[in-house]
Design a protein around this ligand. Sequence first.
Ligand code: SF4
Length: 274
Amino acid sequence: MTLPETFVFSAKNLQSYADCPRRFQLRYVERWRSPTMTAAETADELAYEKRVRQGAKLHQLAKLSQQGIPQDLLKAAIQDDNVALWFDELLSSALHDLPGTRLPEKRLQTSLNGRRLMAQVDLLAYEPGGDFVIVDWKTGNYVPDRESLRQRWQTIVYLYVAAKAGERLYGAELPAERVRLDYVYLARGGQRISFAYSPEQMRADAALLSGLMDEIQSVSDFPLTANRRHCRFCAFRVHCERGEAGSLDHVDFDDLDETGDAELDFEQIGEYAF
Ligand code: SF4
C-alpha cells in the first residue's frame, strides 16, 4: 500500500496499527470519521465518553496554564470535581522540579528513512545545557508496569523524535543522554514514571520505527485484530461487529486516537466551563 507523500507517522497512528491494522486503515488510510458507538449507548459507553472529555479538559487547562493564563481564572472555570483534583495536583507538585523553559502542546517533527515522524507532546521543559524533558499528563487510575510503558509506541516515538528534532530548540547539540520522558499520573498523586535516553536506545528505537513503517507501507491487507481487548471501546466496533463494550478498567484515556481536543481561544475562557 502506498501512503500519500504527505503522510506523517505519529505515536497514535503507529500504536493504532500495532493494536489493530483495521483500525489504522479505517482511521488513517480511508479517513473514516468516528461513528457513534452504538445506536443505544450503554452506561459504560457514556462513562467512557465522559472520561475522554474530562481528560481533554485537563489537557486544555494544562496548556492554558503554561501559556500564562492566571491559575485562579482557570480554577474558577472548572465545574468537574475530577478535573479540579487533577489540575490541583498538576499545579502543586507535578511541575516544581522541571527545567524552566516550558512549551505546552509542542509538535516536534523529524524524518527517518524518508518518512515523516512527529510527536505532539503535552509539555516540553528544558534549559540550554541542561535536561530536555518531555512531560505526558495521565489522568487515568491505571498505571501500566514499567516495561509495558517502555514498549509503547508513544514512549518510542516521543524519545526518538525529541532527541532528533530537539536540537533547534536546545540551541546546541542535544546529547541523547539529556533527553527524558516523564509520564505523570495526576489521579495517583502525581506518580511519575521516567525514562532516560541513550545513543544505544536511540539506535534500537530507530530500527523498531523503521521496521514498523516499512511494514505499514508494504502490506495490502489490514486484518481485524485478534485481540478483542482493543475492540472494547473502539469507535468502529459496530462496523466490525465486535460486540458489546467491555470494562473501563485499564483503558488509557490519555492515549486514545479517538480524542480530538478542540482549540480554545484565550477570549473564550470566561465563558467556558471545564
Ligand atoms: S472494532 Fe476491533 S477489529 Fe474493528 S477496528 Fe476496532 S479494534 Fe479493530
